[in-house]
Ligand binder design. Structure first.
Ligand code: KE4
Length: 438
């Protein structure tokens, strides 16, 4: 096809590529979260990434705290992952038939994630959560689901009600195109508010199939569960015969080897996974107790399928990453926690030095910085933050060589390769950036 853009746009800069991309891709991006809408400016087009460093098409390099929105626990272009994918590709890129590597991945997931007896591979976190909700509805024979305002579970219709992440960033937490028929079966609760959940369960007694929750919210900024919140959801689900779904697409393998459910000791009935499980290739998964998962086709009647589910390249990437986690599970998460605490401590020091109001959170290898005078425990608190100051901070950090999530309503992520030098460079860049925005 002839190049639709004018020749002048052939200069390979983010600015030129963004203008060119918008001719053929809605908004110039294949996911709205990348569009820099809430922070303004031109999204960076990336040329290369190695370890903790991104390089854009203009040749600028950045310390990466997005990590492809979570997958890069062992850094970009991890040699073991690259080698595994290259080797698999020489034997075709897909068969549409079962392979032994899928069993190896499933056995690692079962070993690592406490709630999972059986697991089904899909191609994204969205597919995982859509499928898990369908299984819960099929298993219980009930229609309604409870989700939390500010939680994001991908773009499935019944989840785009009060959704976090991109919908929140773009002002469409209740997206057009979601029918009343879908929306009526989604009940919205306040995060960290057990009384509100109990009211919904009692008002819809016998109708709620499941409660789906981000056990650590990462799509309205990073908001940890208040003490007792997750335990309370478990208790309420048991009392009302509803299934508890932990959406661990983001937290899985990031906050403990077995995710938030291992960290907090609360075991859901179903767990959804994504991001890290594919090592950067398109993989999602959902799993849980055998009694529930045996309802999934072809074992049971709840239908779910996928041409590229369990794709051999994705499975070899995922297996490589999960094997590293399995082998390093006794030391890796202490290392990540140490980095998180040092980063948060240094950040608070930098902010205090300038008398700025803020609220920071960090859990395992994720966290965030809110510019606010208050604590942040739910979506209302998050929305009350100074998002304009966040946008200024984001761009100042970019100019100082640090790539953060382009929205206050996201989290930062780091991985095993973020070390003392990375920390030192980050905090120095932050000091310079904050001086410019305070
Ligand atoms: P995907 O369909 O994007 O693979 O996963 C959806 C999803 C499900 N559950 C949780 C808790 C998630 O965080 C996500 C996706 N996260 C966003 C970032 N907040 C992905 C970035 C994007 O949409 O481009």
């Amino acid at each position: 096809m002839d190049d639709v853009a004018s020749p002048a746009l052939d200069i390979r800069t983010s600015e030129a590529l963004y203008a060119k991309a918008r001719h053929t891709i809605p908004g110039g991006v294949n996911s709205p979260a990348r569009a820099f809408k809430s922070v303004g400016g031109t999204p960076l087009f990336i040329q290369d990434a190695q370890g903790t460093t991104l390089t854009d098409v203009d040749g600028n390099t950045y310390i990466d705290y997005v990590g492809s929105w979570g997958p890069m626990l062992f850094g970009h272009a991890d040699p073991d992952t690259v080698a595994a994918v290259q080797d698999a590709a020489t034997r075709s890129t897909s068969y549409g038939a079962p392979t032994s590597i899928e069993i190896d991945v499933a056995e690692l997931v079962v070993d690592l994630v406490p709630s999972i007896d059986k697991v089904r591979m899909v191609n994204s976190g969205t597919e995982a959560t859509m499928s898990a909700a369908r299984v819960a509805r099929g298993y219980t024979g009930r229609d309604k689901i409870i989700k939390f305002a500010g939680n994001y579970h991908g773009h499935g219709d019944f989840f785009l009600i009060g959704a976090g992440s991109g919908p929140l960033t773009h002002g469409t937490p209740d997206s057009p195109g979601v029918t009343e028929g879908n929306a009526k079966d989604t009940l919205l609760a306040r995060y960290n508010d057990l009384d509100h959940v109990e009211q919904l369960l009692e008002a819809h007694a016998g109708e709620v199939a499941c409660i789906i929750v981000e056990p650590i919210a990462g799509n309205m900024g990073c908001i940890p569960p208040e003490p007792g919140f997750l335990e309370g959801l478990r208790r309420l689900c048991d009392h009302h015969d509803a299934l508890l779904i932990f959406d661990e697409v983001m937290t899985g393998f990031r906050v403990a080897p077995g995710g938030a459910q291992e960290r907090y000791g609360v075991i859901p009935d179903l767990t959804t996974l994504g991001k890290i499980i594919g090592g950067g290739l398109p993989v999602g998964a959902y799993g849980g107790k055998q009694a529930v998962m045996d309802h999934v086709s072809p074992e049971g009647p709840v239908y779910q399928a996928g041409t590229l589910s369990g794709n051999p390249l994705a499975m070899h990437a995922g297996y490589t990453v999960l094997q590293k986690i399995h082998d390093r599970r006794d030391t890796l998460y202490d290392q990540l926690e140490d980095y998180a605490e040092a980063l948060a401590r240094g950040t608070r020091h930098n902010l205090d030095a300038l008398g700025l109001s803020y609220y920071t959170t960090q859990v395992g290898a994720m966290g965030c910085l809110f510019f606010t005078e208050r604590t942040v425990t739910d979506l209302d608190d998050a929305k009350a933050c100074d998002t304009e100051r966040y946008a200024d901070y984001f761009h100042a950090m970019l100019e100082e060589g640090v790539y953060l999530a382009p929205s206050q309503f996201e989290a930062y992520f780091f991985g095993a390769l973020h070390d003392e030098d990375t920390l030192d460079a980050t905090l120095k860049a932050q000091r310079r950036a904050l001086k410019r925005v305070h």
